[in-house]
Write a protein that binds this ligand. Structure first.
Ligand SMILES: Nc1nc2c(ncn2[C@@H]2O[C@H](COP(=O)(O)OP(=O)(O)OP(=O)(O)O)[C@@H](O)[C@H]2O)c(=O)[nH]1
Ligand SMILES: [Mg+2]
Length: 290
């Protein structure tokens, strides 16, 4: 891939990660949150090392942004790897009950273990861990049933660690999105950029938009991805033709029609349209590739 290297590791994440490394030792349950559009790119390489013997729940958020068949196929894929994911839409509050139930079940088994060792039971400590902007804070607000932390459409909103005491014997920790200091896997980094899961300062807008066009052109033959070239062509009034294969030409044509020839603005519009689901429920990663 000949695009400028995508790199993002703001100071607040470095600081938070350091604090988190300490705090995580005192945590009983890790609620890992991923982005349904890119469930592999939003998985942490060294998560197992962090989690160790703690209880772990895998939550795949933004389920509303991909198709039901993608959810079905991914569930099968995870189950074959001995993990049952909890799908949710933290924006609308769908799938939250199941997550709460699973967390309570973990609490019970932790209580039993403590009692059997002659220890007093106490509130269990749960941490929501994941990449920036995947919806960790939105999920916490849903679990708490009120707005207890800030959640907004931008990577890097949560800047410090914050404990929330729930009234069901669970303390929840909201933490900033954690990313590896070096985005070695540039394919994943590109997915993070497309999905707005890293700051815009990390990447070159034009080249990311062009790579996005290449990806959807490649994915459209796989029904799981749910890419409809027809829908996209209609939206921008550009026929499905060679131009899809040639992103430079597509951006040029589209910018002539929509942004007075300003290609950068067109690149931004295309990515924003994807992020706000104007192009449909598209997933950028499909199980058959992994
Ligand atoms: N469509 C959709 N949007 C969601 C979902 N969950 C969260 N969002 C939106 O995504 C944006 C980011 O959510 P946050 O809760 O701030 O994400 P975060 O993981 O806490 O982000 P950082 O604090 O930056 O790491 C907000 O605008 C939410 O409303 C979801 O399931 N579906
Ligand atoms: Mg947050």
């Amino acid at each position: 891939m000949k695009i400028p290297k995508i790199q993002w590791y703001p100071g607040h994440i470095a600081k938070a990660e350091k604090k988190l490394r300490e705090t995580i030792k005192r945590v009983d349950l890790v609620i890992e949150v991923r982005d349904a559009r890119i469930p592999i790119s939003t998985s942490h390489l060294h998560l197992d090392k962090w989690i160790k013997d703690k209880k772990h729940l895998l939550v795949i958020n933004r389920a509303d942004m991909i198709s039901d068949s993608a959810i079905y196929k991914w569930t099968k894929w995870f189950k074959e790897r001995n993990t049952t994911p909890f799908w949710c839409d933290a924006k609308k509050g769908i799938g939250i009950k199941e997550i709460c139930k699973a967390a309570s079940k973990s609490r019970l088994s932790i209580d039993i273990r403590r009692e059997s060792r002659g220890m007093k039971t106490r509130s269990i400590r749960a941490l929501t861990l994941g990449f920036p902007n995947v919806g960790k804070s939105a999920l916490i607000n849903r679990i708490a049933r009120k707005k207890v932390v800030v959640s907004a459409r931008k990577a890097g909103v949560t800047r410090s660690l914050k404990w929330i005491r729930l009234n069901n014997g669970i303390d929840l920790l909201d933490a900033p999105g954690i990313i590896p200091p070096d985005l070695d896997n540039q394919k994943s980094a590109l997915n993070l950029a497309i999905c707005d899961d890293i700051g815009e300062a990390a990447y070159d807008l034009d080249s990311v938009a062009k790579e996005f066009l290449k990806i959807i052109f490649k994915l459209h033959t796989n029904p799981i991805s749910n890419v409809s070239l027809k829908q996209i062509s209609k939206r921008y009034s550009i026929d499905i033709d060679q131009s899809f294969k040639d992103p430079d030409q597509w951006i040029k044509l589209a910018s002539d029609i929509h942004t007075s020839g300003n290609q950068r603005r067109m690149a931004h519009r295309l990515l924003e349209d994807f992020r706000t689901q104007m192009l449909g429920k598209i997933c950028l990663e499909v199980p058959s590739e992994f």
